[in-house]
Design a binder for this molecule. Structure first.
Ligand SMILES: Nc1nc2c(ncn2[C@@H]2O[C@H](COP(=O)(O)OP(=O)(O)OP(=O)(O)O)[C@@H](O)[C@H]2O)c(=O)[nH]1
Length: 382
């Protein structure tokens, strides 16, 4: 695996983990409603069976749990998941789940030892119900359901084994079997969730790559014609809205056919790449640089008036002329022509501007090549 792909998979793993934690926090609302429900069961059972401990005090322990869980969920939802604190939130959730399970054990065992006969049966029901619930809503995080189960089962197992009765042993075995089965279900659900998530991330990235490739000229890495026609109208509209100047430039390499014919297509390709990189590097990021035909390039220069455009383009033309291709056997300088058209008051389209820039380019060719020509509107006939 090369460095880039291992960095990508690390990035994806972090993204997957962050998404899992996010889903679990989002699902927690249902779990908290269940906790509130159990707290009322505790009050009703405690009262009707004359518990020696005030059941409201026991129920209020669950309300405190719900309040802190609600507040941490709220805090989580308002803090940025991308701030590298995801592992902290994941661990916090594990701690909360173990605490909830132990709290249930504590509350129901307290009731059981204080006159509520059915409290242990209720504890079993709550343990199984909540284990199922955590698998349903928390399986996105591998250990979350197991954390809850572990916290719930440990005190009960210790209690039933300490009874040293057949009943106690049977209950323990049954509990362990059911929870073991639920743990296996949870592992399967977690695996299939991760598979789905991974596939959806891969699909998203493949889509992004495909979109990128559809807009890029593979030889020069510049935008292609399609991308130019997609981006330039947007830039044009922005310039018009803010009353900015802008220019469209057509570029054509002089006698390029001769380079191909005399030195081969591969050399021709390298010349195109070198010229493309001069255009790309020397212009601003906000400008659009595209290869729109074989040896033709189109530029959209934002916030640039025609005089500045002329200076910038002349500099480019000279830099292209100075490129050294002697190691390919090309002795003479490779030159190029530029036609510049500036946006005007009229609502002309990118096509109109390209036609104007192209006619200036044609003029440059006509005047002997290796030059820059500005498009001039024809004088109206008097
Ligand atoms: N190496 C290479 N050549 C290309 C590519 N695309 C187009 N060409 C060549 O570019 C040449 C363009 O030639 P012409 O349109 O006659 O223009 P020119 O020779 O540059 O002459 P002027 O523009 O009049 O100065 C043709 O020979 C095409 O085969 C490409 O991707 N790679």
């Amino acid at each position: 695996m090369n460095t880039e792909s291992s960095a990508n998979s690390r990035y994806n793993q972090q993204r997957i983990y962050a998404e899992c934690v996010r889903m679990v926090y989002r699902n927690r609302a249902y779990n908290l409603m269940g906790v509130v429900l159990v707290s009322f069961v505790i009050i009703i059972v405690g009262w009707t069976e004359n518990s020696r401990v005030n059941p409201v005090i026991l129920a209020s322990l669950l309300w405190i749990y719900v309040a802190q869980a609600y507040l941490t969920s709220r805090k989580f939802n308002t803090s940025s998941i991308a701030n590298n604190k995801t592992p902290f939130w994941g661990k916090l959730l594990y701690i909360q789940l173990v605490s909830l399970a132990i709290l249930y054990n504590f509350i129901f065992m307290t009731l059981a030892f204080n006159g509520v006969e059915d409290a242990l049966l209720l504890l079993l029901i709550v343990t199984l119900g909540f284990t199922g619930g955590t698998i349903g809503s928390y399986h996105q995080m591998k250990w979350a359901p197991h954390m809850y189960t572990f916290g719930a089962i440990l005190p009960q197992t210790v209690y039933y084994i300490s009874l040293q009765t057949v009943y106690g042993t049977l209950i323990t075995i049954l509990l362990l079997c059911i929870l073991g089965f639920l743990a296996m279900v949870s592992i399967q659900q977690h695996k299939s969730w991760i598979r789905t998530l991974t596939l959806s991330f891969e699909l998203e990235e493949a889509n992004k790559r495909a979109k990128h490739l559809a807009r890029i000229d593979l030889l020069t890495n510049l935008y292609n014609r399609r991308a130019f026609y997609e981006l330039a109208p947007k830039s044009l509209a922005t310039c018009r809205r803010y009353n900015h100047q802008a220019c469209v430039v057509m570029v054509d390499i002089d006698h390029f056919k001769n380079i191909n014919d005399n030195f081969g297509h591969n050399v021709g390709d390298t010349v195109l790449q070198k010229i493309a990189s001069v255009l790309q590097i020397k212009l601003r990021e906000s400008d659009i640089v595209a290869r729109i035909g074989g040896e033709e390039f189109a530029l959209f220069l934002t916030q640039t008036d025609i005089d500045s455009a002329f200076i910038i383009i002349e500099r480019l033309r000279q830099q292209i002329e100075q490129l050294d291709f002697s190691h390919f056997g090309i002795k003479n300088a490779i030159t190029s022509c530029f036609g510049i058209a500036s946006i005007s008051e009229t609502a002309e389209s990118i096509d109109d501007l390209l036609i104007k820039a192209d006619s200036a380019l044609y003029e440059a060719k006509h005047l002997g090549r290796n030059r820059t020509v500005l498009y001039q509107e024809a004088e109206p006939a008097s």
